[in-house]
Design a protein around this ligand. Structure first.
Ligand code: NAP
Length: 242
């Protein structure tokens, strides 16, 4: 059995990705922070489709919590390792820079960038030892283009893109690939307060994306067919920005 860990898999893009990777044959480790009911719903949908999964709650911004959770997972699976990691958990704390509080800055950086660092560093060794691994980082259009009101979020996602490119070169010789996905506007809880009717006019394809469309891209990057793709940032944004 191959194992895939998806962070933030209780809702939105992470949920759709977990369900998709289970359909692809992975046993999926469903991470979330606090929304147990939603995470259980992800697991229920996986099992209804005949797939396999398990819940593993932890706060991705806490090195200690990550270590504890992954240690307990390894103890319960002594002969297995996690071969696919989707660093998806993320938050928005939008504000104009002149009004931005330290807490808003730090929480976004801690979740997106430090979360990536702690979890990836922890799982990398096993992937390199087994000479097989896929790391897929959920970046954003905001990290490529920069979005006003999101200096914290744009900075975190741009840094994640830089880390993706650097790490890809470090681990390529061990057949571990590292890529980033950069979605535009996708319909999830994170975007539900936005004015979709207005914003979709900016999108050449005329609509927000669906979580399942992002999940399909992650599924491809996690597959054997994507073995020669690494260090890339793949946009999925309806043509909004290239
Ligand atoms: P969402 O619907 O708000 O879901 C966020 C998920 O992340 C939830 O499962 C949440 O868990 C989890 N999470 C948040 N903080 C966490 C933490 N500290 N530790 C563990 N899990 C945590 O968001 P989404 O729209 O699916 O976004 C997913 C990713 O895609 C994010 O990285 C986001 O930046 C990126 N993205 C989204 C869009 C978009 O248009 N939606 C566009 C570009 C990029 P709980 O349920 O327990 O709170």
């Amino acid at each position: 059995m191959k194992y895939a860990l998806v962070t933030g898999a209780s809702r939105g893009l992470g949920k759709a990705t977990a369900i998709r990777l289970a359909k692809d044959g992975f046993s999926v480790i469903i991470n979330y922070q606090s929304n147990k009911e939603a995470a259980e719903d992800t697991l229920r949908q996986i099992e209804e489709n005949g797939g396999q999964g398990e819940l593993l709650p932890f706060d991705v911004s806490s090195a200690e919590a990550i270590e504890k959770a992954l240690e307990s997972w390894s103890a319960a699976h002594p002969d297995d390792y996690i071969s696919v990691l989707v660093n998806n958990a993320g938050i928005r704390q939008d504000n104009l820079m002149i009004f931005m509080q330290e807490d808003q800055w730090n929480r976004v950086i801690d979740t997106t960038l430090n979360g990536f660092f702690y979890i990836t560093r922890r799982l990398l060794k096993d992937m390199m030892t087994h000479r097989s691994g896929r790391i897929i980082n959920m970046a954003s259009l905001s990290g490529l283009k920069g979005m006003p009101g999101q200096t914290n979020y744009s900075a975190a996602k741009a840094a994640l893109i830089g880390a993706t490119k650097a790490l890809a070169q470090e681990v390529a010789a061990r057949k571990v690939t590292v890529n980033a996905v950069a979605p535009g506007f996708i319909s999830t809880d994170m975007t539900k307060e936005l004015n979709e009717a207005e914003l979709k006019k900016l999108v050449p394809l005329g609509r927000f994306g669906k979580p399942e469309e992002v999940a399909a891209l992650v599924s491809f990057l996690a597959s054997d067919d994507a073995a020669y793709i690494t260090g890339q940032v793949i946009s999925i944004n309806g043509g909004l920005y290239t």
